[in-house]
Write a protein that binds this ligand. Structure first.
Ligand SMILES: Nc1ncnc2c1ncn2[C@@H]1O[C@H](COP(=O)(O)OP(=O)(O)OP(=O)(O)O)[C@@H](O)[C@H]1O
Length: 228
């Protein structure tokens, strides 16, 4: 069986203090193995984004441990967390957050060059990824010249650019029509399966969630299995 790439143990994440505190995660446990796709389905406000932010080292839990590729992260300083995030995690947002003044190819190349790859090598990998996701013919276009589904596929290519071991996606098809959602989700699944990445994806779409290996939900701060 593939190794666990993302592990949360006893994670608490609260916002605010005292009586007005919002206790979003309370002793949350989760494991995602390489090649495994786990969908999170939970009502609005249940803590899906919080879970993804904590898993992606964008927020620190007040208690508990988040391990990425076997590395515990609690003891790491901000620099250590940033480097681990850069080297191991790809993040896909609901709204792609592509840089508007750059082409699709440049958007996918940017994180690779930040990680030290030459512009030429980065462009080569970007082309491969854009082709794989079916948007290679749009490589020279800027985000505003792309459809919503194309933009989202470019954002997936960007998330995959540095060969992450973990992909986190927050409603990656949330703003797309059903047919386009289907195409984008299938592209994301292909990529995850081919690369053996551990993936955690928040979605409101039950049809898409059913295609995942497992579905989990968040209730009263606890993560538990869900059958749809
Ligand atoms: N920075 C913050 N400060 C205070 N409360 C917060 C903060 N971030 C999130 N919350 C609260 O934590 C709870 C969980 O939020 P979160 O965004 O994780 O939910 P979600 O399941 O992703 O919701 P949605 O499906 O609506 O995006 C909500 O009650 C939210 O108001």
């Amino acid at each position: 069986m593939n190794e666990v790439q993302l592990r949360l143990t006893g994670v608490h994440r609260h916002y605010g203090e005292g009586e007005t505190a919002v206790r979003v995660l309370e002793a949350a446990d989760l494991e995602v193995r390489g090649g495994e796709l786990v969908a999170i389905v939970a009502p609005s406000g249940a803590g899906k984004s919080t879970l993804l932010h904590v898993s992606g080292l964008l927020e620190r839990p007040q208690r508990g441990e988040v391990e990425i590729c076997g590395t515990p992260t609690t003891a790491l300083n901000e620099r250590g967390r940033t480097l681990l995030r850069r080297d191991t995690i790809g993040y896909v947002y609901q709204f792609h957050h592509l840089l508007p003044e750059f082409s699709a190819l440049e958007n996918v190349s940017m994180p690779q060059m930040i990680a030290g790859r030459s512009p030429r090598d980065a462009a080569g990998r970007s082309r491969e990824l854009l082709d794989l996701l079916g948007v290679g013919h749009r490589a020279g276009h800027r985000p505003a010249e792309l459809s919503g589904g194309e933009q989202q596929r470019v954002a997936i290519a960007r998330a995959a650019a540095n060969a992450p071991r973990v992909i986190l996606a927050d409603e990656p098809t949330g703003n797309l029509d059903p047919d386009t959602s289907d195409i984008v989700f299938a592209a994301l699944m292909d990529l995850i399966r081919n690369a053996g990445v551990a993936a955690l994806i928040a979605t409101h779409n039950h049809d898409l969630a059913r295609r995942a290996d497992r579905i989990v939900t968040i209730k009263s701060g606890i993560i538990s299995p869900l059958t749809l």
